[in-house]
Design a binder for this molecule. Structure first.
Ligand SMILES: C[S@@+](CC[C@H](N)C(=O)[O-])C[C@H]1O[C@@H](n2cnc3c(N)ncnc32)[C@H](O)[C@@H]1O
Length: 277
């Protein structure tokens, strides 16, 4: 199979992108794309619902968050914070963090619409503006992690802000998708590039400025990253396509969803402190 490569100038391809360029590109991209993203996906995302991905399952179905009223929760890369809002409506002390101010403006719009206000913070997941041991749960559905070059730094921050015994439940694009074209139809069923090639997918403008980047890690890489951050991995969840979900979202579709996983959710916890015996 031919390796897929690309040029830095003018268009999409495969080329290395460092950590600070990745954050800059993500902020610009999501600020510019937030309106389109919400317009296209809000009907499925909802305003106060934790949706795990295009498969169509929310957390009432999968029961992965397992929080109670009063639990302290951080939604990482929260976008319009529908997930955190659904939790707040149940008395959970959830708040959201996102790099994109425009995304957070959508969160405020949904606060007004629903009457449930989510406190949100603009920030980078690799430099969380919170004290250590603050949260019982840090969770995300597709937020931040796919867009950073240094997922190890983000996971170190997740571990730091979790209280001992706290949990991390992190949903990302399923790494298998990397090997296939991002096509919801038949064209997305053939392996076209090596799963093992970690060179990011990136787009650049005519001046060579990176405008979009997604970084790839294999399933094994994700487990190594979580363990390397000091977290104990409890589960890897690969939700099947929800029966009756006819919607298409980018490369996710009922056709492909019936054949391969589209979302990977990693559930882990921070070890509780030992009491010297
Ligand atoms: C695919 S959207 C997911 C949003 C939301 N979780 C949802 O399910 O609709 C990815 C989000 O991650 C945010 N993001 C990207 N890089 C980030 C970073 N380094 N730190 C914090 N948020 C980031 C983007 O601004 C965007 O809102």
């Amino acid at each position: 199979m031919a390796a897929v490569t690309g040029s830095i100038e003018g268009g999409p391809g495969r080329f290395p992108v460092d950590a600070s360029t990745s954050v800059r590109a993500a902020q610009r991209w999501w600020d510019a794309d937030a309106d389109t993203y919400q317009h296209d996906h809000e009907s499925l995302l909802g305003a106060a619902r934790w949706l795990w991905g295009p498969e169509g399952w929310d957390d009432d179905d999968l029961d992965l968050l397992r929080v109670q009223a009063g639990s302290r929760v951080l939604e990482l890369g929260c976008g319009a914070a529908a997930g955190a809002r659904g939790l707040r409506a149940r008395g959970v002390r959830a708040l959201g963090l996102d790099l994109s101010m425009r995304m957070l403006q959508h969160s405020q719009r949904l606060d007004d619409k629903t009457g449930t206000v989510v406190p949100v913070v603009q920030g980078h997941a690799g430099q969380l503006p919170f004290r250590s041991d603050t949260f019982d749960l840090v969770a995300t559905a597709y937020g931040a992690l796919p867009f950073v070059a240094d997922a190890d730094c983000v996971l170190a921050e997740v571990e730091r802000v979790l209280a001992p015994g706290g949990r991390a439940v992190l949903g990302v694009s399923h790494p298998f998708r990397w090997a296939f074209a991002d096509d919801p139809g038949e064209g997305g069923l053939t392996v076209i590039r090596p799963y093992f090639d970690r060179t990011p997918y990136a787009e650049a403008d005519d001046r060579g400025e990176v405008t979009y980047v997604e970084h790839h890690r294999t399933v094994g890489d994700w487990v190594d990253l979580m363990v390397g951050a000091g977290l104990v991995v409890d589960r890897l969840v690969e939700p099947a396509w929800k029966p009756g979900n006819r919607s298409t979202w980018g490369g996710w579709s009922p056709l492909r969803g019936a054949l391969m996983p589209g979302t990977l959710i990693l559930a882990a916890h921070k070890p509780a402190e030992c009491t010297p015996g």
